[in-house]
Design a protein around this ligand. Structure first.
Ligand SMILES: *[C@@H]1O[C@H](CO)[C@@H](O)[C@H](O)[C@H]1NC(C)=O
Ligand SMILES: *[C@@H]1O[C@H](CO)[C@@H](O)[C@H](O)[C@H]1NC(C)=O
Ligand SMILES: *[C@@H]1O[C@H](CO)[C@@H](O)[C@H](O)[C@H]1NC(C)=O
Ligand SMILES: *[C@@H]1O[C@H](CO)[C@@H](O)[C@H](O)[C@H]1NC(C)=O
Length: 489
């Protein structure tokens, strides 16, 4: 089933990591009928799934809409996200809508290239817009509880789902009052070596960047040696199967960075215990090379995730199941979006930059793109036209009002968000705002409050709460002060 887990792990944005923490409630799914193609001729119909949490709803309250984005729908998205708190303090309702071609929301019978041609950003956004139009004009067609017409809608989301939130506000300002775009990865880069650099920055901050980079170099020395026995020995040491060299490098990179999106809390930084603790200076440091430490961290990740050898083989083998087009393979759909929309290939920095690499030289553009046409056909252009994507889908955000962008200071996706390490890519004005959350990781502010939240994350939520209540205006002020007080303690 998890044919493309490797692409999944490597490209994992936010919620695939946490989506399994579902709360025992609001587990009913509803469905909304959509055409396959909103803008073309294919008007065949399919059912888009959604879930609601109306526990806090009071008549006339706002609707907080979210999508899981690149993963399946679950009640995590109605109950376990910050929108649930916003609903609580405003008498609102949370509606989580599954994204087309993920989970059980499928316009077509398979995930072939021909079917996925209907996976365009325009179609995706029009799906959500259609539901919003229906809930405003004919609420009983959408909700199992009484809702008056013309409800106000705020869209929220984290990571790629944050893109959707921002785009929905930018493209449909008449339907959506505002958007909470947490760690939205809106800026496309063909060669996303900035991801590698942000990862390295985080390691350096924790004190293990140097040894880690040395280990990557040393492993490359072996993988590029053409010495079969040395390569097999290294694979054994790292606890991975006998894949080809590039797949081996990709698997190790995925395993060792598997905690890179996890929340940084008062309990600590997961990258510390998942990676840097293995590189820490120890009294026996002369006995243990950086390469050995890298192998220990990789083996520990395999153990932590309970990955058996056959699972590692499936995860790591990039040529396995190329033409396997069955539905509900979240990583195949996500891979299509990278091939056809925005690239974002996670490569080491080009030699010419002189920057230190924290991933293998084998993970170049050719490695990542090699399967795009094999999986989805020759209509997929190689390389993907990222400028065209940015001209349309980044530029649409310029000057858009009422969007709250947040970025974690330490997140690997930082340079794909609007608040890059070299400065903000957009101006914040017209009710929009950009906040870098000090010491935080990916999408932490859109997750439900926890006792272990960093103060900076609480502050970011407070700023967002104020913006939301401004967007909603006098029609839906918080009924009491819980919005401003709940995050203070
Ligand atoms: C929610 O629904 C899913 C799919 O039907 C099911 O697998 C899961 O066990 C349910 N969870 C709860 C808490 O009822
Ligand atoms: C809605 O979300 C809240 C907050 O997580 C939760 O306490 C409540 O049980 C949910 N309501 C339903 C009906 O599941
Ligand atoms: C404020 O609203 C919340 C959610 O509706 C409620 O749980 C809380 O009791 C209210 N507090 C006061 C002081 O009314
Ligand atoms: C990877 O998958 C391909 C295609 O199924 C297969 O031919 C190859 O032997 C596999 N490689 C390994 C190392 O198992």
């Amino acid at each position: 089933m998890h044919m493309y887990l490797i692409a999944s792990i490597i490209s994992t944005l936010l919620f695939q990591l946490v989506a399994s923490i579902a709360i025992d409630s609001s587990n009913t799914t509803y469905s909304f009928t959509q055409p396959v193609d909103h803008l073309g001729n294919n008007k065949r119909q399919w059912s888009q799934r959604y879930m609601i949490n109306s526990t806090f709803y009071r008549s006339g309250g706002p609707i907080f809409m979210i999508t899981p984005g690149e993963t399946q729908l679950s009640n995590y998205y109605t109950d376990n996200v910050h929108l649930a708190s916003l609903a609580q303090s405003t008498g609102g309702m949370v509606v989580a809508v599954e994204h087309r071609f993920y989970g059980q929301s499928n316009p077509m019978p398979d995930l072939s290239g021909a079917s996925l041609a209907y996976l365009t950003i325009d179609n995706v956004l029009e799906d959500f817009a259609s539901i919003i139009r229906a809930l405003k004009t004919d609420p009983s067609s959408v909700f199992p509880v009484a809702v008056p017409k013309n409800s106000q809608v705020v869209f929220g989301g984290g990571s790629y789902a944050g893109n959707i939130a921002a785009w929905m506000r930018a493209k449909y300002p008449d339907l959506v009052e505002g958007a909470w775009a947490s760690s939205a990865v809106v800026y496309g880069r063909l060669k996303n070596y900035q991801y590698d650099q942000s990862f390295g920055h985080h390691l350096n901050k924790l004190g293990c960047g140097k040894c880690f980079a040395q280990a990557v170099k040393d492993l490359d020395g072996i993988l590029l040696s053409n010495d079969k026995q040395r390569i097999i020995d290294a694979q054994q040491k790292f606890g991975i199967p006998q894949l080809n060299t590039a797949d081996s490098a990709a698997l190790v990179a995925a395993l060792v960075s598997s905690a890179a999106n996890d929340p940084i809390t008062l309990a600590g930084d997961p990258m510390n215990y998942a990676v840097c603790s293995y590189f820490a200076d120890q009294t026996d440091s002369h006995l243990s090379s950086c390469l050995d430490r890298y192998a220990s961290a990789t083996n520990a990740a395999i153990e932590r995730m309970g990955l058996l050898p056959n699972m590692l083989l499936i995860m790591g083998n990039s040529s396995l199941g190329l033409d396997y087009t069955a539905l509900d393979q979240v990583s195949r759909t996500w891979y299509y979006q990278m091939c056809a929309w925005f690239g974002g290939w996670q490569v080491p920095p080009p030699k010419s930059t002189g920057l230190t690499a924290y991933r293998s030289q084998l993970l170049n553009l050719d490695y990542w793109q090699q399967n795009c046409q094999k999986k989805f056909g020759t209509k997929i252009r190689i390389p993907v036209d990222v400028d065209k994507y940015n001209n349309e889908w980044f530029d649409v955000l310029r000057g858009a009002s009422n969007i709250y962008y947040t970025t974690g200071e330490l997140e690997i996706w930082r340079d794909s968000t609007v608040a890059t390490t070299t400065g903000n890519l957009l101006k914040s004005d017209r009710g929009s705002r950009i906040v870098v959350i000090r010491g935080a990781n990916h999408g932490q502010d859109i997750q439900l409050e926890s006792e272990l939240d960093l103060d900076s994350v609480k502050d970011a939520r407070r700023i967002g709460n104020r913006l939301v209540s401004r967007w909603l205006g006098s029609k839906s002020k918080p009924r009491n002060s819980s919005i401003s007080s709940r995050d203070c303690n």
